[in-house]
Write a protein that binds this ligand. Structure first.
Ligand SMILES: NC(=O)c1ccc[n+]([C@@H]2O[C@H](COP(=O)([O-])OP(=O)(O)OC[C@H]3O[C@@H](n4cnc5c(N)ncnc54)[C@H](O)[C@@H]3O)[C@@H](O)[C@H]2O)c1
Ligand SMILES: O=C[C@H](O)CS(=O)(=O)O
Length: 474
């Protein structure tokens, strides 16, 4: 049994949640869920620790702890990767890649802790012998609530925890109840690296019982949330005056022009649509292909997709594992069937058995179908023809979301022109929408969210500017 960790101590409970392996339904762990009283205690403790400990901790100490945590994780890549396989059902090769990225996030944050600086505002001396000097400092906010999703349980948690610590805040960490084991291991790792008790408090619980009261708590200064649009919307509405960062969903477009390297686009978009069964917020969901190369692209894309190995995520050669639970797989299957009943063609895939949904390519889709208009968050991709550049941009922007997009062309002028016109937080040229490096500014426009992550940018969002001015005799 594992549970919340508050002020360095583990909290027991009779309220137990079983975490099951999405592939074989074996019990991975039993989680002791926190009560409202324990949540209140955790927030109070985070608040006190901010004032008593964190405000006094020099930047080089925060940097050392983050680096030490990275070093420890580097020694245990396999251990962490196996947890992600078991609790999230992510294929082992992708789980290892997630751990490697998590280590880099810690290292970026360790460096960033030492580079937080302010500025001096020059103020010209007045004629009467008086002058003024302005100082702008970046100061920590206080307690940051980190609320995280199941799909990258390590890396996306660290995208909040590591910059928050680098900036000198304390953290109240509420991980997804579907993937709490990696969160527990991560919190223990920080302890081992020397993080003082109370700087990172882990509170286990559901969104309703822990997430909601956490967002409304008076002693939380910022809510950093990654997850779905409906939850993000409710957080925005109930957070009051707290700072809020929302990293939400999308139905990412990828545009293939007739001069693109089709083989490269096919190869990368197979990964881009089906990695972790499409349960990636920037997964390639809509692929728009110029008519001249549409048939060529589609034929190759279907062939490569059919070759994917679907099954046990713990096996080295598995490309596509299960979805997070059967309910989600059934929901996605319903969306495929609805589209097919309304005229769409299932080119390959579309079969569901328990948590497994086979990689699915659809054509002849319509803009109103759920597989196009909403976030599928499943191994489903649609391939759609277009004739002119303007039309492709119009199709791509026809969405309530705007997180990342991919543009494939050899024409640099066109690539940059299209990139400027796409309504997304980020655009990749000759790279899939699904690619992210952990030091880029990352976040959405429209209903994909607000604020930016990517360590340096998260640190900006997790600090406040403070002005100090002085009147001087010159
Ligand atoms: N933009 C990004 O960076 C990004 C990254 C990963 C995932 N996502 C999105 O996350 C979603 C999938 O993850 P999920 O199913 O874990 O999301 P989710 O919204 O169901 O849950 C995310 C977290 O919010 C908590 N929560 C639920 N209800 C809450 C409430 N009312 N108040 C406070 N907290 C609450 C959950 O317990 C969990 O910890 C997808 O929509 C995906 O696109 C976005
Ligand atoms: O699911 C969305 C994530 O932001 C993807 S990644 O971990 O940033 O690559």
């Amino acid at each position: 049994m594992i549970g919340s960790i508050i002020n360095g101590h583990e909290i027991a409970s009779d309220n137990i949640l079983e975490v099951k392996n999405p592939y074989n339904q074996e019990v991975v762990a039993e989680i002791a869920l926190a009560s409202k009283k324990e949540l209140d205690y955790a927030v109070e403790n985070s608040f006190e620790t901010f004032h008593a400990t964190m405000k006094q901790m020099p930047a080089h100490d925060r940097s050392d702890i983050l680096r030490k945590t990275a070093d420890l994780m580097e020694e245990r890549v396999e251990e962490f990767a196996e947890i992600v396989v078991q609790e999230a059902g992510k294929p082992i090769t992708s789980s290892r890649a997630e751990v490697e990225r998590a280590i880099q996030v810690l290292r970026f944050a360790s460096e960033e802790a030492k580079h937080i600086s302010g500025e001096v505002i020059p103020m010209d001396a007045a004629m009467n012998g008086e002058g003024r000097l302005g100082l702008v400092k970046r100061i920590p906010l206080g307690v940051v609530a980190a609320i995280t999703p199941f799909n990258f349980p390590l890396n996306l948690s660290l995208h909040k925890i590591a910059p928050a610590i680098a900036a000198g805040n304390t953290v109240l960490f509420k991980p997804a109840e579907k993937t709490p084991v990696s969160a527990y291991k991560l919190t223990k790792l920080f302890q081992e690296a020397g993080l003082p008790d109370g700087v990172l408090n882990l509170v286990m619980g559901t969104g309703k019982e822990v997430g909601e009261p956490l967002v409304q708590h008076d002693k939380i200064h910022k809510v950093s949330f990654t997850g779905s649009l409906p939850v993000g919307r409710s957080i925005r509405e109930s957070a009051g005056f707290k700072k809020v960062t929302l990293e939400l969903g999308s139905n990412s477009p990828n545009l293939i022009f007739d001069d693109a390297d089709i083989d490269q686009a096919v190869e990368s978009l197979v990964k881009g649509a089906f990695a972790f069964s499409g349960q990636v917020c920037i997964s390639a969901q809509r692929i728009y292909v110029q008519s001249e190369v549409y048939d060529q692209f589609l034929e190759k894309y279907i062939e490569k997709t059919k070759a994917l190995k679907v099954g046990d995520p713990s096996k080295e050669d598995t490309d596509v594992g299960p979805m997070i639970n059967e309910k989600e797989a059934e929901r996605a299957k319903t969306w495929i069937d609805d589209a097919a009943e309304n005229g769409a063609t299932i080119e390959t895939g579309g079969e569901q058995d328990g948590t497994i949904l086979t990689p699915t390519i659809m054509t002849n889709v319509d803009r109103n179908m759920k597989v196009i208009a909403e976030e599928v968050f499943a191994p489903i991709v649609s391939v759609i023809p277009f004739d002119e550049e303007e039309e492709a941009v119009k199709f791509a922007n026809d969405s309530i979301y705007g997180l990342q997009a991919g543009v494939f062309t050899k024409d640099l002028d066109r690539a940059l022109r299209v990139a400027d016109k796409l309504e997304t937080g980020g655009v990749w040229i000759n790279e899939i929408s699904t690619y992210r490096q952990d030091n880029i500014p990352y976040g959405g426009v429209k209903q994909s969210g607000m604020g930016r992550e990517g360590v340096k940018y998260a640190v900006e969002d997790m600090t406040e500017l403070k002005f100090i001015g002085m009147k001087l005799k010159t």
